[in-house]
Design a protein. Structure first.
Length: 236
């Protein structure tokens, strides 16, 4: 039931490269980087977002509606080693994420704008989240709408289950057939030198971390990578 879902605080800020450098210097040694980072201290995230026939998710983002939810397929380093279907929900200003593993074959079907079988015997073989998505894809015509790619520098802290991320070089694409290719055609959506800081935690943000995040100029934003990438493509 939805009441049992655990929602997290999530705050986003638009920051300059210089501000990220200052924050990075403060956080290094204070908290650890995610164990999955490459030798360069970061990793690439690529997600393809889905929307229905009426572009409900797009317009809900534009209007700032709450609650709302959207589906995406996510990979790392343009590799098919780990493919996940994710549903990100927002309620009362807080977020919750559900995930399910996908095979390369399933991802290929969905990226092509096709739907998975919803026959009872096949549907029962899917994890619950994929069952939900498969039915919605048939009934609401969910289709891939935009690909979002960026480089992430992640910091983590067990106290408060804190996750601080620097998301840099955010780009947009609609080359769904090249989703798993490193040289997919992409377009930047933010001015040069502008990036995104995200701060996520459960019940509390430790004071010693909060103090290090104070720059005096940071302003919270309702930044949505999905929405801005969609809007960028509409203008092209």
């Amino acid at each position: 039931m939805e009441e049992a879902l655990k929602y997290r605080h999530e705050y986003k800020y638009l920051v300059s490269a210089g501000e990220l450098a200052v924050l990075g210097n403060r956080l290094d040694g204070l908290v650890s980087r995610d164990a999955h980072v490459a030798e360069r201290g970061s990793y690439q995230i690529r997600s393809v977002y889905f929307d229905d026939y009426y572009n409900t998710c797009y317009y809900q983002n534009e209007a700032g509606e709450d609650p709302r939810a959207k589906f995406r397929i996510r990979i790392y380093e343009a590799s098919d080693a780990r493919i996940t279907l994710e549903k990100k929900s927002k309620k009362n200003g807080m977020t919750h994420k559900e995930t399910a593993k996908l095979t390369r074959e399933q991802a290929g079907i969905l990226l092509a704008g096709e739907t998975l079988s919803v026959e009872a015997d096949r549907l029962a073989q899917y994890p619950p989240l994929l069952q939900q998505f498969a039915v919605l894809a048939r009934t609401r015509l969910l289709r891939p709408k935009v690909i979002v790619t960026y480089e992430r520098v992640p910091y983590v802290c067990s106290q408060g289950n804190v996750r601080i991320t620097f998301d840099q070089n955010i780009t947009s694409s609609v080359q769904f057939e090249r989703f798993f290719e490193k040289d997919m055609r992409q377009y930047p959506i933010l001015p040069a030198g502008q990036h995104v800081l995200e701060v996520k935690y459960d019940e509390f943000l430790p004071s010693y971390i909060k103090k290090q995040l104070e720059l005096g100029r940071l302003k919270q934003t309702n930044f949505s990578k999905y929405y801005l990438c969609r809007r960028h493509n509409e203008k092209e």
